[in-house]
Write a protein that binds this ligand. Structure first.
Ligand code: CGF
Length: 829
C-alpha cells in the first residue's frame, strides 16, 4: 500500500547522504572504494590503469546522479523532446571532458596528487570511443555536448559497435587496418540496461488479416533479434543537466525458433543465431559507399526499430493520444542512414496502433527533420528493392504506398512532367530498382537542412532542385559547429587559461560569442607575447609526440603546417604533397645564401583511407615515400620535414590541432559540404590555408579574407574548368612535380602510375593542376606572413576571435528554435 511505499522511500532517503561530495577528501575515498570493490585490487597496490578505472567509476557515479535528476525532471515536466538519430558518434575519450563539464577537474587533480597519481597521466590510459568515421560522426558528438550544455531535453540514439573505426597502422609506408576492439578492457562510461530490451524482427511475409470486416496487411516476421540498451551519460557544462546517448547492441533473443532446435541440429542452430546477433558488431569504415549491403541495411533497421519502440513507449507512458506526438516529439534524421524510421513509424502507427493511414501520415510529416551531409547526388543512399523486400517486406509495401500517394499529389501540382516525376520518385526504376532514401527523407521531413550556406545553395540549385521548387520553405541551412569545451578547454588548457584571463571571465566556455572580445586586445604586446608562448608550448607537446611516433626531430622555429582529415581525392592531400615536392625541388636548386631566407616547415599529414579505396591508400604511400626522401636529406636539414601521423583519431586531433601554426583545407570548391576541422583549428588560433568551400565561405565573412590564405577556383568556376578538359592550362611546376613522381624519383614508379593518371591533364577531375598555381601563391603568402611574427600573431588572434560563430552551441540553438521547436528545460536540483 501507499504507507508501505512511503516508509520504504523515507528509509532509502535517510540512508543516502544527499548528493555525492566533491571535495578532494571525499573524492579520494570514492576512488579507493572503487579500487577495492569495482576494480577489485588492493588499495595499497594498484597501477595507473587500475587508478584510471577507479577514477572513471567515481566520475561515472556523479554522472549517474545527475542523469537521474535530469530524467526525473524531464519526466515530471513533460517537455517536447528531441530524439537525435545517428548511426555514428565519434566521442573520443570521456574522462577529461566529463570532469571539466562537471566542474570538478581541480578537485580530482588534487585528490589524485595526494594519492600519488597525476590526472593527465591517468587520462592518457583511456582509449577512444570511435563509433564513427569522420566529420559527420564527430559533429554528432559535438552536438550532444551542446544539447546537454544548453539544457535541451534531448536523447541521442545510436549503435554500440563492438569494433569501432579500424586502427591504422603503417608498414613500410602502406596503410594496414586492424580491428578496434575497444570494449576489451571494459567501458566505464556506459550503463548496461539489461531490462531495456526490444525485439527487432526481420524477413518473413506479409499476410492479409481481417480486422472488423476490413482487410489489413500484417507482417509475420521470420527472425527475431534482441536489442539491449547501453546508456552513455552526456554531462552539460555549467549545468546539472546530463542527457543520454542510448546505444543499442544485438543480443541473443529469448524468442526460440522451436523448429530449428527440434531438428536435432542444435550446434548449427546456435551458430546461425550468432550470425544474426552480430548485427551491431562492426562499423562500416566509409560514410559514403555502403549502398546495397545487407548487413548495413540490417544495422539501420535494427537501430531504427529499437529506437522507435523506445521512443513510442516513452511517449505512451506520458500521453494517450497520438495527435499529441508532434507537440511532444521531434525526430532528427542525421543523414539518410536512419531514414527507415519513416516506414517503421508508419508501420507502428497503422499496423500496431491501428491509426488510419492518412491520419498517421499527417502526424508523421510533422515530426521529422533531416540533415544531409552530402554534396553529390551520386553519394546519396539507395537500397535495392529486392534486398529491402526480402529483409523488410512490410516496409517495402509501406514505402510503395508513400510513393504512390506522393506521385498522385505531385501530378496534381506539376502535371504530367514524367522526367521530373521520375526524378522525384522514391523508387528509382532502372537496372537495379531501388529506394532513394534522400527523396523519402525530404518528402516526409518538415525541414531539410544543409550544413553550410554554400552547401544549402548547392542542394537547392542542383542536388534537390526539383524538391526545392516544390517546397522552397522546407529548405534551410544550419552551419555546422564544434564544441569549445572539447576543442579548447579539454585539448588546449593553456589557451583556455589565457582566454579567461584576458576576457576577464570564463563565460566564453558557455557563450563562444564572447571570444570576439579578443579583438580589443590584439594590439596589446603583452597579450600577443602570452599568445605566442601558448602556441610554443603546444608546439613542444606536438614535437615530442612526432619524435616518439616517427623518430623525426623537428625544430620549434619551423612553421607547423598541418592537414589532418580522412584521405579523399576531393580533399586533395595530393595537392599538398605535390606542393611539398615542389618546395623540396626549389630548395635543392637554390643558392645556399638564398636558403637562409626560407621559412622552415614541418609538414604534418594524417588521416585514414577507407580500406577499399585504392587511390587514397596510394596517397598515403606517396606521402611516406616523399617523407623518406626529404627527411633523410642532410642537405635540407630543418628547412623541410614531412611527417605522417598514423591512426588519426579524436585524441590525436586534441594534441595536433593546438600545436598547428597553419592548417590546410584544400577541397575542390563545391565538394566539402561544410568541413568542421577548420573550425577547430580556427578556435586554436591556427591560420587557415583554404579554398572557398563549405563553411570556409562563412569563416571568411567572419574573420575577413586578410586573416587567412585563400586560393583556388571558386565554386561557380569549377564546372567551366572541367569542361575545358584537355585544354586546361596547368603550370609548369605542376607538370615537373608530376614527372618526378612518374619517373620514380620517390621510388615505386609502377605503383604510383595510376595515382598520377588521376591528375593528368584531361583526367584531373578535382582540378589539382589548374589550382596549383594559386595554391603555391597562397603558400608563399603564408611564408611571408610567418616571418613577421607580430603580424602572424595578430592574424592568429583574430582567427580565434572570429571562431565563436562556429561553436556547436550556435548550431544547436538554431536547430532548436527553427527546426525542432524545443525549449531548454533545466533541472533545478
Ligand atoms: O560531414 C561530412 C563528412 N565527410 O562526414 N559528410 N558526410 N557524410 C562532410 O563531408 C563534411 O563536409 C561535413 O562537415 C560533415 C559534417 O556535416
Amino acid at each position: 500500500g501507499f504507507g508501505e511505499r512511503k516508509a520504504k522511500a523515507e528509509r532509502m532517503f535517510s540512508l543516502m547522504d544527499g548528493f555525492l561530495k566533491n571535495d578532494p577528501f571525499s573524492l579520494q575515498k570514492d576512488i579507493l572504494h572503487h579500487v577495492e570493490y569495482t576494480v577489485a585490487r588492493s588499495r595499497f597496490n594498484f597501477d595507473d590503469y587500475e587508478a584510471y578505472q577507479a577514477l572513471s567509476h567515481s566520475v561515472r557515479d556523479r554522472l549517474i546522479e545527475r542523469w537521474h535528476d535530469t530524467h526525473t525532471y524531464f519526466k515530471r515536466t513533460k517537455p517536447k523532446r528531441l530524439y537525435f538519430l545517428s548511426l555514428e558518434f565519434l566521442m573520443g575519450r570521456s574522462l577529461s571532458n566529463s570532469v571539466i563539464n562537471l566542474g570538478i577537474q581541480d578537485q580530482y587533480a588534487e585528490a589524485l596528487s595526494q594519492l600519488g597519481f597525476e590526472f593527465d597521466v591517468l587520462a592518457e590510459q583511456e582509449g577512444d570511443a570511435a563509433l564513427g568515421n569522420g566529420g559527420l560522426a564527430r559533429f554528432s558528438a559535438c552536438q550532444m555536448d551542446s544539447l546537454a550544455t544548453l539544457d535541451y531535453p534531448a536523447w541521442g540514439y545510436g549503435l554500440r559497435y563492438e569494433y569501432g573505426l579500424f586502427r591504422q597502422i603503417i608498414v613500410d609506408g602502406f596503410q594496414h587496418e586492424q580491428p578496434d576492439y575497444w570494449l576489451n578492457f571494459g567501458n566505464p562510461w556506459e550503463i548496461e540496461r539489461i531490462h531495456v530490451t526490444y525485439e527487432v524482427k526481420f524477413y518473413g511475409t506479409v499476410e492479409d488479416v481481417d480486422r472488423n470486416g476490413e482487410k489489413h496487411e500484417v507482417w509475420i516476421p521470420g527472425e527475431t533479434v534482441e536489442a539491449v540498451a547501453y546508456d552513455n551519460p552526456i554531462p552539460g557544462y555549467g549545468t546539472r543537466n546530463t542527457i543520454n546517448l542510448r546505444l543499442w547492441a544485438a543480443k541473443p533473443s529469448n524468442h526460440f525458433d522451436l523448429e530449428a532446435y527440434n531438428t536435432g541440429d542444435y550446434i548449427n542452430s546456435i551458430v546461425n543465431r550468432q550470425r544474426t546477433e552480430s548485427i551491431s558488431n562492426v562499423l562500416y569504415p566509409d560514410d559514403r559507399s555502403h549502398q546495397g549491403k545487407e548487413m548495413r541495411l540490417k544495422q539501420q533497421y535494427f537501430f531504427v526499430s529499437a529506437s522507435l519502440q523506445d521512443i513510442i513507449r516513452r511517449f505512451k507512458e506520458a500521453h494517450n493520444n497520438f495527435d499529441e506526438l508532434p507537440e511532444k516529439v521531434a525526430l532528427h534524421l542525421n543523414d539518410t542512414h536512419p531514414s527507415l524510421s519513416i516506414a517503421e513509424i508508419m508501420r507502428i502507427l497503422v499496423d500496431e496502433e491501428q491509426l488510419d493511414w492518412n491520419k498517421a501520415w499527417n502526424i508523421v510529416c510533422k515530426i521529422f527533420s533531416f540533415t544531409t551531409h552530402t554534396v553529390v547526388a551520386e553519394g546519396l543512399e539507395k537500397i535495392p528493392t529486392d534486398l529491402l523486400g526480402s529483409l523488410l517486406p512490410r516496409h517495402l509495401q509501406i514505402l510503395y504506398k508513400i510513393n504512390s500517394n506522393f506521385m498522385e499529389e505531385l501530378k496534381k501540382r506539376i502535371g504530367l512532367d514524367y522526367n521530373r516525376l521520375s526524378r522525384m520518385s522514391i523508387v528509382e526504376e532502372g537496372a537495379v530498382k531501388s529506394i532513394r532514401m534522400a527523396n523519402l527523407s525530404i518528402i516526409c521531413s518538415h525541414t531539410v537542412n544543409g550544413v553550410s550556406k554554400l552547401h544549402s545553395d548547392t542542394l537547392k540549385m542542383r542536388t534537390f532542385k526539383d524538391f526545392y521548387e516544390l517546397w522552397p520553405e522546407k529548405f534551410q541551412y544550419t552551419t555546422n559547429g564544434v564544441t569549445q569545451r572539447r576543442w579548447i578547454v579539454v585539448s588546449n588548457p593553456s589557451l583556455c587559461a589565457l582566454l579567461s584571463k584576458w576576457l576577464g571571465t570564463e563565460a566564453w566556455i558557455r557563450n563562444a560569442d564572447l571570444l570576439t572580445g579578443l579583438r580589443d586586445h590584439v594590439d596589446n604586446t603583452g597579450f600577443r607575447h602570452e599568445w605566442k608562448m601558448v602556441k610554443r608550448l603546444n608546439k613542444m607537446r606536438l614535437a615530442e609526440y612526432i619524435e616518439t611516433m616517427s623518430g623525426v626531430k623537428v625544430s620549434l622555429d619551423a612553421m607547423f603546417d598541418v592537414q589532418v582529415k580522412r584521405i579523399h581525392e576531393y580533399k586533395r592531400q595530393l595537392l599538398n604533397i605535390f606542393g611539398i615536392i615542389h618546395r623540396y625541388d626549389c630548395l635543392k636548386n637554390m643558392d645556399k645564401n638564398d636558403r637562409t631566407k626560407v621559412v622552415p616547415r614541418v609538414c604534418i599529414i594524417g588521416g585514414k583511407a577507407a580500406p577499399g579505396y585504392e587511390i587514397a591508400k596510394k596517397i598515403i604511400k606517396l606521402c611516406h615515400a616523399v617523407a623518406e626522401k626529404i627527411n633523410n636529406d642532410a642537405d635540407i636539414g630543418d628547412l623541410l620535414k614531412l611527417v605522417f601521423i598514423p591512426d588519426y583519431n579524436v585524441s590525436v586531433a586534441e594534441m595536433v590541432i593546438p600545436g598547428a601554426d597553419l592548417s590546410q583545407h584544400l577541397s575542390t570548391a563545391g565538394h566539402e559540404a561544410s568541413g568542421t576541422g577548420s573550425m577547430k583549428f580556427l578556435m586554436n588560433g591556427c591560420l587557415l590555408l583554404a579554398t572557398a568551400d563549405g563553411s570556409t565561405v562563412e569563416i571568411i565573412e567572419e574573420i575577413g579574407s586578410d586573416n587567412l590564405f585563400l586560393f583556388g577556383a571558386k565554386v561557380q568556376e569549377v564546372a567551366e574548368l572541367r569542361e575545358k578538359g584537355g585544354a586546361l592550362k596547368v603550370p609548369l611546376q605542376f607538370a615537373r612535380v608530376l614527372r618526378m613522381v612518374r619517373d620514380g624519383y620517390f621510388g615505386d614508379k609502377d605503383y604510383f602510375k595510376s595515382l598520377c593518371d588521376t591528375v593528368e591533364v584531361g583526367n584531373d577531375f578535382y582540378l589539382l593542376g589548374s589550382d596549383f598555381g594559386s595554391y603555391l601563391e597562397a603558400q608563399a603568402a603564408a611564408d611571408k606572413a610567418f616571418v613577421e611574427p607580430e603580424k602572424w600573431t595578430k592574424m592568429s588572434i583574430l582567427s580565434a576571435a572570429g571562431s565563436g560563430r562556429f561553436s556547436s552551441d550556435r548550431t544547436i540553438r538554431e536547430y532548436a528554435e527553427r527546426t525542432w521547436k524545443i525549449d531548454p528545460c533545466q533541472c533545478p536540483f
